[in-house]
Design a protein around this ligand. Sequence first.
Ligand SMILES: Nc1ncnc2c1ncn2[C@@H]1O[C@H](COP(=O)(O)OP(=O)(O)OP(=O)(O)O)[C@@H](O)[C@H]1O
Ligand SMILES: [Mg+2]
Length: 777
Amino acid sequence: MKDIYEKAGLFYLGKDVDKTTQEPTNLLTLLKSKNFTTHAAIIGMTGSGKTGLGIGLIEEAAIDNIPAIIIDPKGDMGNLLLCDPSFDAKSFEPWIASEASSKNENVHDYAKKTALMWEDGIKKWGQDRDRVQKFYDVKKSIYTPGSLSGLPINIISSLGMPSLEILSDSDSYASYIKSTATSILSLVGIDSNGIDSKEYILIAQLLNNAWLNHQEVSLASLISQVIEPPFDSIGILPLESFYPKNDRFALATKFNSLLASPDFAMWLQGESLDIQKLLYDENGKAKVSIFAISHLNDNQRMFFVTLLLNQYLSWMRRQSGTTTLRALLYMDEIYGFFPPSKNPPSKEPMMLLLKQARAFGLGVVLSTQNPVDLDYKGLSNIGTWFIGRLQTSQDIQRVIDGLDSKVGSSYNKQEIKNLIANLKKRTFFLKSSHLDDIRLFSTRWVLSYLKGPLSKQEISTLMASQKSAISSLKTQQTIPTDNYETYQDIDSSILQYFEPNISHTQTYIPTICAKVNVHFENQRKAIDELIEVSYMLELSKDTRIISWEDSIELKDDFSLYPTTKPQKARYQTLPSLVQKDKALKHASKELKDYIYTTSRIILYKCKEVKLESKPFEDKNDFLVRVQDALSELKETQIEKLQSRYDKRFDILQDRHKRAMQRVQKEEQDSTDSMLEAGISILGALFGRTTSTKVGRAISKGSKVLKEKGDITRAKQRVNDIEVDIEELEYELEDKIEEINEKYDINNISLQEIKIKPKKSDIDINECAIVWRSSLVV
Ligand SMILES: Nc1ncnc2c1ncn2[C@@H]1O[C@H](COP(=O)(O)OP(=O)(O)OP(=O)(O)O)[C@@H](O)[C@H]1O
Ligand SMILES: [Mg+2]
């Protein structure tokens, strides 16, 4: 049974390094994924292997179906997409082309060499193709706010309202407003620290006013509100004396030129910043979302990072509590976003995250070259430290001071100083509140090819297929081009609306639209939901029956359209069956029947975790909750195992130690041929750095002692105990396997409960012919 760590909620980070030789041992460095809910920091000089460690961590999470959001100020994290389980040289070609040409090498040959090297590295660290495949299968996207090279992100909708949970918590809400206002101002180059800047006070008040009235705010709507705020005093001061209109106009002009700049148009395209969608794909599976921001200027970066952190906080507050790791937020190069003495807009939400995210199972991992980049108050909330090689003795001293009370027992300060100064590349000093002592380890080979920063062009190529998938979703309507009439005599009992026509040809096609209220009620399930839906059905001259099955749900409110006929427009013919349908009574009745037979609230129920979905909760969102609950159950079960096996292992280890002492007494120099016993999985589960070790590489067979003739009894005794220990570990692995099966989401079935409306609870509020502008030339 190999790689049991995949099933026990453990991250495989690398192998422990011997502190004297600095060489990796056979002992795997495994950390419980759960430990990351108390956050981690990675510190090390350039080239020390921070990004490699971060990428490895995200790979581990992805393989365990734990999603990640990554903020990437430098551009390296897109390397997570450079992964090919077949190690085909062809796929490596575009990744190494520039390196090959800078070395004057043939691209094809160089790709071959690189692919081989990468495959070899991965194998040497005990990872097979299945593992690479598992990671490869996780959906990964690179978003480029303010640019179309990757997937664009629409920030207009994202100034959006904080969730109700944030609104109801005064501290979180104040922080949300504060950081949104400062980051908006930073976008137009105004550095406000929130104390006495009138720009800040005005913007914050505008946001507050809108959100408390449940109104969305966009940058565009802010401009007009800056000029004409919906209030006339600020605190006790009249608005005009606090911030006269002329000055407000100057501020509005700044925003206006920002909005009008062609660059800014890029900020308004693409998906909105919806955290749930960034964390889970269409099937509710974990995904990796990378925000590449290296192309932005400092103000824009600050604005975006603050916005993202705020959205994340807002989403977080809507989650239920958990003790397992639900998602990772990783930031490569924290420099400038979380400094000790200044207060940039990103700092407050980051601090809140570090303080609160744990309860929601959200781990934050921050990476930096320099320990001075991190605010010390934030540091006290970080449970796990990865320290790589540091350059100056000042940096080393700072880190050691920071760790002071936390340094483990078996190292003294001077020793740690020397260690950190002499760490090899990819070797980290690991100190965690979840471990009983310091560990040194070398990072495992990453599954993604570490190319270094990706260019805009490279991001664009990597995202090409995801981009086209998005645009093909917006399929064009096909509309016949003939048969337009200038006038139709339509019965006055039929309500008509005219969508504002933006086509050059001023042509209209008819649709029949309806607004409906449906009341779903079920006392036993405590359901009492009133929903409003609008439907639209396209019509053509030849429509013979109104089949609402072909209708689509409408987002816009057609009843806001004008009811007067535009002068010069031309119309397609309304089918005669509609012409005859006075007040569209017949069509309304058909719609009622259609809704009665098809409209359902579907509730999902999962017995194993005793969860039921909420009305209108998306099935995948529910599955994500089920998955969270399963992980939690699994973890509890594994912890139970832990306590059961802990004692048994202790006893065996104790015996082993004594038996070894016997051998040593009898035969002074035989110790190095002895196997060291101890359990890596168990050590990891127990957060123990075992003093005695058996690498998992040692198989049972290898333990049969070869030199039969000269085995002493004592040696045999040691051997027997080692076999016992191994047996026990196998037993534990079987148990973990069983638990995994039991709590595997693929082995869980969902029950569906359908709730239908009463016919009398369906009200067709409005049914009308809506003329839609046809864009066909
Ligand atoms: N886990 C790993 N597996 C394979 N190669 C690695 C790994 N970690 C680091 N490397 C190699 O070492 C190089 C430098 O490591 P990395 O980019 O992680 O350093 P860094 O600390 O992030 O540096 P910087 O501060 O400049 O970003 C990588 O480009 C890669 O070639
Ligand atoms: Mg790096």
